[in-house]
Design a protein around this ligand. Sequence first.
Ligand code: XIL
Length: 587
Amino acid sequence: MLTTFLLFTISFGCKKQSYGNADNFYKDDIPFTDLINGHDWQHFSGATVKPEGILIQALNRGIVPKIRVPGETAIEQEKEPLTKNPPYNLQGPYLKVQGDFLLVATVTPPSEKGALIYFCGQLPDIYDEWKQEGKSIAIGIKNQLLQLIIHDGTSIIPKTAAFIGSLQNVQLAIKRSGNKIEWYVNNIFAGNFEDTYNIFGEGKIYFGAEAEAGSSFLLNALVVKPVNLLSKVEVVDNKICTISALSNTLRSTANLLPRPIHIGTAVAVNPLMTDTLYARTVASQYSMVTPENDMKFQFIHPQPNIYAFAEADAIVDFARQNKIAVHGHTLAWHEAIPQWVSAMENDPAKITAIFRDHIITVTSHYKGKITEWDVVNEPVRDLNMDENAGLRGSSPWFKAMGEEYIDIAFNLVHNIDPAAKLYINEYGVEELDETDPDNKCNVLYRLVKRLQKRHVPIHGIAFQVHEDMGKGKTPVTPDALARTMKKFTDLGLEVRVSEMDVSLHGTETAPLLSRQAAYYKAILAVCMANPKCSGFSTWGFTDRYSSLGWRDNETGKVNYGNGLPFDERSQPKEAYYALLSQLKGSR
Ligand code: XIL
């Protein structure tokens, strides 16, 4: 048990402590730097800037873990404990540190609820069913007890619980002193640990804050200083960057085609805002981005009436500044649904109202900024196609509204943002077999015809093309995909490749990489050959942040999946050059 209990009482009363106080441990000649005034805290989900500090409202945002239901690949998620997903101020100040430093946060805690400040040395990788923990120290208060939580890159280690009592202003400090990290409450030493995890080893510190569910607190002040003359602390204001256009890239080459198409990738906000190579590659290589997870329900609408737009906004703003189109993902999906919605599953009227409110709020927020929306995601079931005309009956939206949820969603979005092209996005529908009623694509095809008959404003079908070159797997042939696409474009629709990746399961051999490259090229060729194929997107571009990647928490070994055109160091692979050569028209 790593938790230690340090019990002591602090009797500082309610008066705010001043940092320069001569009789406290902050005493030296090195001044503090303010991290709030003059810095951006407006683009921070859950935060409101007030004259007296930053009001932190609880998002209670979490990731619902995925569970497979026997007999169906559908997913029920609502009963498992949430993985916490607190926000970071990615568009605000961060620190570059060398040596030893002291960080002091002053908070006005709620009397009975929790307040946490995160000092993050390495951001987590956020997926939609799990998260790869980053490295951080969270310090705060819960029920008048001091909280210290270490994230060491894999696990969460609660360190101390010391009694603080009821104070109006509490100074919570973290000090790095050699390889030790110490923490203080109102100038009093409260504990330390040997930092074997090297939490701040990358030399950067990002800030996060989280109030306990249903509450809020004030972050009155946040200051930093180096603690000796050999150490350095630099405050950097993180901004969305504009990257100058390059020639001879996927993007510039696709633009020169007689019929230009969008070349896209899914993106995640953490690397986009903190990994320069990632951001530069997106802006120079791609003309369309799809937020990988940041627009999904549990991310953007974590609680009733609480929307967390900052992360998706950063992606949209980045795209606009770099003249990249945004493919919105996604409004009506049976996954990534927060537990507060799942809890209402037996009340169709409530679910319908939430559904409408969600779609209206999100599409109004992004009106005019989204080129295409995946309005409905993965509506077709995988098995038992005779039930619900093959549609996914486990979806809470289907349960509440039947097939009509699809009509409602498309009509709402079209009324709000008539310029946006509206898509159904689906996996496993790359090969149409009209003779087989159980064929997943055939179910989709029949659905589309019904929607068209009902004049539902649907403009396109997105084929995910998640393929696998592992043992015993046969990816769809380019010819079959071309035939399927034509069937849908013959209905007057557009099509696109929306989420391509080609998993090698970590087995990287030269012949496999060449096969993968040739396959990417052939699928891009299919899109280029159909005049109504609007774009070709991969699901991420670098193996470093691929949704095919995973980390073995026992060995600490990272497996990258090897499914994307750039490797885990974000360097182009054979697949990248194959895509480029396809765009250039060479064989
Ligand atoms: C994936 C994300 O990439 C992962 O981070 C997450 O863990 C699961 O979802 N079809 C979709 C995407 O429409 O939203 C999915 O994205 C991949 C399958």
